[in-house]
Write a protein that binds this ligand. Structure first.
Ligand code: C2E
Ligand code: CA
Ligand code: CA
Ligand code: CA
Length: 281
């Protein structure tokens, strides 16, 4: 009825205004954080299943907001995307993560096979400026390009037009690694796997959730591994939370994995201790 409609309007409008105000305040805060302080990268080990050694880390962003406390990326990355802040954010992540790798190399903590993985947004991928940024950061830090691996979601790549493919090719031309993130969650055909200039896939954790409980799951994992290898690629398995899952993956011939079972994402100060632990095993 008309009365109800009016009522709803009254309830709704202040709510929308509030959300809009919160949003624009949050954006202002995020802009300030990118320029100043508050953003931090945590690093989660990627482990070689055969040896237990750490072969690299994934950089994962967090935002320590002055009044709201820690905000996780799933909450503010979409906001940054919408507001056109993602390029600035992406550049910050890139230079911070590669700069950190440089310091670990200089401190002799890691060798030349150790890689840092960086999450790249679809917007970054579509910007030619991003390739230039990667080139500049590599030059400035003198890090071997192969030690930098860019993670792109299936969705970002498949949204794929020619420009995306061009950007991927351009990035790969710099010598950096390219990895498809969240593999297995997309809706698209898998035929693109063979066509795209990528090196590896990171299999989404939903594909290993049932390992150790669901008897049909090992066969599925084996099939995915076979598929990935048939395309000339290698797989990294994420979201490993239990010893059973790790053991299953190892027995199935999987090479690399990541997850809370090995380590949560940690601040960079904690990485040396983790490296020391695993190399002495
Ligand atoms: P993602 O790239 O798929 O990252 C993996 C997420 O799973 C991380 O959440 C990580 O903390 C979490 N995780 C790791 N091991 C386990 C496990 O064993 N079990 C479970 N349940 N979860 C695990 P986080 O750090 O909250 O990041 C969420 C997403 O935000 C990332 O998903 C990525 O898409 C995005 N993101 C994070 N950092 C960045 C960044 O610097 N730039 C961009 N563009 N996106 C980022
Ligand atoms: Ca990732
Ligand atoms: Ca993922
Ligand atoms: Ca994800």
């Amino acid at each position: 009825s008309k009365a109800e409609g009016l009522n709803r309007l009254h309830v709704f409008e202040p709510g929308l205004l509030l959300i809009r105000r919160l949003r624009s305040q949050l954006l202002e805060d995020l802009r300030a954080a990118i320029k100043g302080e508050g953003l931090v990268l945590h690093y989660q080990p990627v482990v070689e299943l055969g040896t237990g050694q750490i072969e690299g880390v994934e950089a994962l962003i967090r935002w320590d907001h002055p009044t709201r406390g820690r905000i996780m990326p799933d909450e503010f990355i979409p906001l940054a995307e919408d507001a056109g802040l993602i390029s600035e954010l992406g550049l910050w992540v890139l230079s911070t993560a590669v700069g950190q790798l440089r310091r670990w190399i200089d401190a002799d903590l890691v060798d030349s096979r150790f890689s840092v993985r960086i999450n790249i947004s679809a917007t970054d991928l579509q910007s030619l400026q991003f390739i230039e940024d990667v080139r500049a950061v590599l030059k400035q830090t003198g890090v071997r390009p192969a030690q930098v691996v860019l993670e792109l979601t299936e969705a970002a790549i498949v949204r794929g037009n020619d420009l995306d493919r061009y950007s991927l090719g351009g990035l790969r031309g710099l010598g950096v690694g390219i990895e498809i993130d969240d593999f297995g969650t997309g809706y698209s055909s898998i035929s693109y796997l063979r066509l795209l200039p990528v090196d590896r896939v990171k299999v989404d954790r939903s594909l290993i959730e049932g390992l150790g409980t669901d008897p049909s799951q090992p066969a599925l994992v084996a099939a995915v591994l076979q598929l990935v290898r048939a395309c000339g690629l290698e797989a990294v398995w994420e979201g490993v939370e239990t010893a059973e899952q790790a053991e299953h993956l190892r027995n199935l011939g999987c090479l690399s994995a990541q997850g809370y079972f090995f380590s949560k994402p940690v601040p960079p100060e904690q990485i040396p201790a983790l490296l020391a632990q695993t190399s002495s095993q």
